[in-house]
Design a protein around this ligand. Structure first.
Ligand SMILES: Cc1ncc(COP(=O)(O)O)c(C=O)c1O
Length: 304
């Protein structure tokens, strides 16, 4: 991993190698914690964090869902992202990982007496699903693992424990020779990727599932807004896996994955088998926005 100089931990910038936790950290044992993934892009006008306040707000909301009382406000968490970027002289695009977790002090499943701790780390991280994936598209497998049910877990929280579900799906996909997993919900409808939201294009219409059992994705919201601005019709409705097989285009979106085309699902070639026309258009528009080349969406950028 690309190590950086410092990590923000509960109000202090700590040297990277000293940013450690105790082995009896509560979150490490019982999986209750919440986190965020945010990106900062090196634009012509300097480093800019994409939709910083939305990410800080979702972190606070995630904590609320899993009954953790944050010790920092949304504003303070946003400022911590800025502080860590300022303290580290990055040369390229950066991924920021904010986390609210339960620290050392008590053991046992009941979590309310564990100390609440907050950290923001940042490091240089390129395309999550590879530069080639961004251009040529990736091969995806429908997962045998069903997305966490809303009957027992909370998909709208970006909670640490939810990612065991994602991790098992991703592991299965990679071991089977694919690059990413597509998870269905408990009704067999398309939910999301292990760390991405999902879109298809059919007859020029952009379709993406509702947020019923999935994360309320900031990139999905950005893509819907950008698509509408480009005059592309958008539908939010359920998608079945066989509809994906006959879609003209498909792609994943997420902070890490950005806009990654899907060329194959379960050994069925999607459309032309290459990055689709609308996917390409949206990908270009998205990169124009995050690199500050589109004034219309400059309010989504926080320059450092
Ligand atoms: C499970 C899951 N779904 C969707 C997303 C995409 O969300 P966002 O666009 O806010 O990064 C992510 C990544 O954060 C994720 O982990």
């Amino acid at each position: 991993m690309n190590e950086a100089k410092s990590i923000w931990m509960d109000g202090k910038l700590v040297p990277w190698k000293e940013a450690n936790v105790h082995i009896l950290t509560h979150t490490l044992h019982y999986g209750n914690g919440v986190f965020e993934g945010t990106r900062a892009y090196k634009t012509d006008k300097g480093m800019a964090i994409f939709r910083l306040q939305d990410h800080a707000k979702r972190l606070i909301n995630s904590a609320k869902i899993v009954a953790i009382v944050p010790t920092y406000t949304q504003e303070e968490i946003a400022k911590a992202h800025i502080d860590v970027l300022k303290d580290n002289a990055f040369n390229g695009n950066v991924y920021l990982r904010g986390i609210i977790y339960l620290g050392y002090g008590v053991m046992g499943v009941y979590h309310k007496n564990a100390p609440v701790q907050t950290s923001v780390a940042a490091w240089e991280w390129g395309a999550y699903l590879g530069d080639e994936g961004l251009e040529k598209g990736i091969r995806v497998k429908t997962s045998s693992i069903v997305r966490n049910s809303t009957k027992s877990l909370f998909g709208k929280a970006k909670a640490v424990g939810n990612y065991l579900n994602s991790q098992m799906a991703k592991f299965e996909a990679i071991e089977c020779g694919y690059e990413e997993a597509l998870l269905l919900d408990e009704n067999g409808m398309v939910a999301e990727g292990s760390g991405e939201c999902f879109f298809i294009v059919r007859n020029g219409v952009l379709i993406t599932p509702p947020s019923d059992s999935v994360l309320e994705s900031i990139t999905q919201d950005s893509i819907i807004t950008i698509a509408q601005d480009l005059g592309i019709k958008v539908e939010r409705r359920n998608i079945t896996r066989d509809e994906v097989y006959i879609a003209d285009e498909a792609f994943f979106v997420g902070t890490a994955a950005e806009v990654t085309p899907i060329c194959e699902l379960d050994a069925r070639v999607i459309g032309s088998g290459r990055r689709g026309e609308i996917t390409h258009k949206l990908q270009n528009a998205f990169f124009d926005v995050v690199y500050g080349r589109d004034e219309k969406f400059s309010h989504w950028l926080t320059y450092i």
